[in-house]
Design a protein around this ligand. Structure first.
Ligand code: MEV
Length: 323
């Protein structure tokens, strides 16, 4: 029975701004989603009857990508990610399911991670009413550290380009990777879940509405883009302090875009005394924050005291793989 694992992701910089074509930097994390598929006498998902309308990512991949018309499938999903929490759970699900379907239908064909990333991005876009950057899906498919931008980014290795028609116009992104220097790889990320899920599509639509009502807030997108470039330069140079400082600054800009919450702010503030930097990560609203630290146990305790649920990960796990 083909079984595939795809990691979740943590955005270090650039969430929301990337939907408008600015750069974002994300790393794959140790936690993720495992999916296996096998032929069955009826359609099943995690042991229950599969209802396509409740699972748009899976339905899109079955119908539109593979145009599957074979016997029913029994789909088993096991996730170590909080869902709708900014950890890329739907991207990891799409990648792991796409990889498991590929292995089920074409057992002798090697998996193409770029094709898979594009397939998962189209599933995300369908589920998010046409607004989705390729950040989550590319990071989960390729692993390591991924830089997504409207144009190629100096100091990174270009992997592929992709585009999407969104309600706000056509968007094009360049997907690049960067090696994580030893000094950065030795640090930890502690991701703190606020306990409240927050669908990405809703938060992205909220920011689009804010920008259309208060066009000056577009300046905050430029600010995030500058912070992202500075953060990436610090990461590439192995400068942990600079990386943390940029994370702190990114959180302040995201607050101005009104995507933080009092709970996220509380967890960020609790983590900061023991961290190089801390910020909300992903779409915000609820979801997660992340801290960069050498003392993951202390930061986890601080996040728990602030009412959050912590998860520890190194930066830049391996991308999608078969188990
Ligand atoms: C979601 O993890 C990050 C956002 O930038 C949306 C996207 O990139 O599609 C908020």
């Amino acid at each position: 029975m083909p079984s595939a694992f795809a990691p979740g992701k943590c955005i270090l910089f650039g969430e929301h701004a990337v939907v408008f074509g600015h750069p974002a930097v994300a790393v794959a994390i140790d936690q993720g989603v495992r999916v296996s598929v096998e032929a069955s006498d009826r359609w099943k998902l995690e042991g229950s009857s599969f209802e396509p309308s409740r699972h748009p990512h899976i339905s899109h991949i079955i119908r539109n990508i593979f145009q599957y018309s074979g016997p029913p499938l029994d789909i088993d999903v096991d996730s170590s990610l909080f869902s709708a929490a900014g950890m890329g759970s739907s991207a990891a699900l799409s990648n792991a399911f796409g990889a498991a379907m590929h292995a089920h239908l074409n057992p002798d064909e090697e998996l193409d991670a770029v094709k898979l990333a594009k397939m998962a991005h189209s599933a995300e876009a369908t589920a998010q009413k046409g607004r989705a950057s390729p950040t989550d899906t590319a990071t989960s498919a390729l692993g390591g550290c991924v830089v997504v931008s409207g144009s190629e980014v100096p100091g990174t290795r270009h992997v592929f380009d992709t585009s999407l028609k969104t309600p706000e116009g056509s968007r094009e992104w360049s997907i690049n990777v960067v090696d994580i220097p030893q000094g950065i790889g030795d640090a930890w990320l502690v991701i703190g879940y606020s306990g409240t899920g927050s669908p990405t599509g809703r938060m992205v639509a909220k920011v689009a509405k804010l920008i259309s009502e208060v066009p000056e807030r577009m300046e905050e997108m430029e600010a995030i883009a500058n912070i992202t470039r500075a953060g990436l330069a610090a990461l590439s140079a192995g400068n942990l302090e600079g990386l943390g400082m940029a994370m702190d600054a990114c959180h302040e800009s995201l607050r101005k875009l009104e995507v933080s919450s009092s709970k996220l702010d509380r967890m960020v503030n609790a983590a900061r005394p023991h961290s190089m930097g801390a910020k909300l990560t992903g779409a915000g609203g609820g979801g997660c924050m992340v801290a960069l630290t050498h003392d993951p146990t202390r930061v986890s305790e601080a996040i728990e005291v602030a009412g959050g649920r912590p998860l520890m990960s190194r930066l830049g796990a391996q991308g999608v793989r078969f188990l």
